[in-house]
Write a protein that binds this ligand. Structure first.
Ligand code: AMP
Ligand code: ZN
Length: 277
């Protein structure tokens, strides 16, 4: 361990402990994209459970979107290294979608849907993702200017389930950002891919590029205000409690999964002839 990895790990452990992200008798599925964030997330959750002797099950969960070895191989070696079982699933082929939604929006809907459904069916109590501090600061600013205030209620390390079929979502990396996650993986020799995670190289998808612009703006501010991101994420955590999610979850009339509409977004895309594929 170096001074950096030590500080990083302590910060993540503090987030896990303070918010009770990992507890006895939990069955936690860690959603793995192959990238640095989710790789570090799995490593930290496993190490926390081992060091604190927590009696819980931890599994890796990978939605194989394009069967790319550059993504799959680091995931395989990570779970082997940590001696963790990997649950891998293949979603319907998103490339066949002919509807009007941008491919990246379809991809996001598919991932969110499967990330709740499959782990729940396999007995999970919680799903962990690698969303980090920088992601939440950017989401926050975007949702603030877009006046989507109710979403802000989700910007915290733990989002409790509000429906029997909805898993509790945990974000162990809430207090560390992109740069830290990358450096941690490098220094700890945690396998991950640098391949850009938009699998479809969709021309219409400006999402990733825009996201990078946001990230660099945060780091630009940090040049003259060293604790900017730390202060911002701490304020976001406070403010998130002031917003209430107007959520009236029902069950989708086609698949039975939780949804705020009669038919969920996934079934509207894949469900029937009107859907698209
Ligand atoms: P992203 O929206 O791509 O930034 O991903 C956010 C988080 O979602 C990642 O840190 C992972 O925990 C999870 N995730 C993204 N893609 C996948 C995938 N293909 N399979 C499983 N989990 C994923
Ligand atoms: Zn549905």
């Amino acid at each position: 361990m170096t001074r950096f990895t030590d500080i990083y790990l302590r910060r993540v452990f503090k987030t896990i402990e303070k918010n009770r992200l990992v507890e006895n008798s939990d069955r936690i599925f860690v959603a793995l994209s192959g990238g640095k964030d989710s790789a570090s997330c799995l490593y930290c959750v496993k190490r926390f459970a081992d060091e604190r002797n927590i009696d819980c099950e931890i599994k890796g969960f990978y939605i194989n979107l394009d069967d790319s070895p550059e993504v799959r191989e680091p995931i395989k070696s990570l779970v082997e290294k940590l001696d963790i079982e990997l649950i891998e699933i293949e979603p319907p082929d998103i490339r066949k979608y002919r509807g009007s939604r941008p491919i990246c929006s379809v991809c996001g809907i598919v991932k969110r849907y499967l990330m709740n459904k499959i782990p729940r069916e396999k007995g999970a109590t919680k799903i962990a993702t690698g969303h980090n501090m920088d992601d939440f600061i950017v989401f926050f600013l975007k949702n603030l200017v877009g006046k989507n205030y109710s979403w802000i209620s989700n910007f915290k390390p733990k989002v409790e389930s509000t429906h029997p079929k909805l898993l509790t979502r945990i974000r162990p990396l809430f207090n560390v950002g992109n740069r830290e996650d990358e450096r941690f993986c490098e220094e700890m020799k945690i396998p991950y891919t640098k391949k850009h995670i938009c699998r479809f190289k969709a021309r219409e998808c400006s999402y990733n590029r825009k996201r990078d612009n946001w990230y660099s703006t945060l780091y630009e501010i940090e040049k003259w205000n060293k604790s900017f991101r730390q202060q911002m994420i701490s304020a976001i955590e406070d403010v998130s409690t002031l917003f209430k999610k107007e959520e009236d979850l029902k069950e989708c009339s086609i698949c039975g999964e939780p949804s705020n509409k009669e038919i969920c977004a996934y079934c509207r895309i894949f469900g029937d002839a009107s859907g698209g594929i």
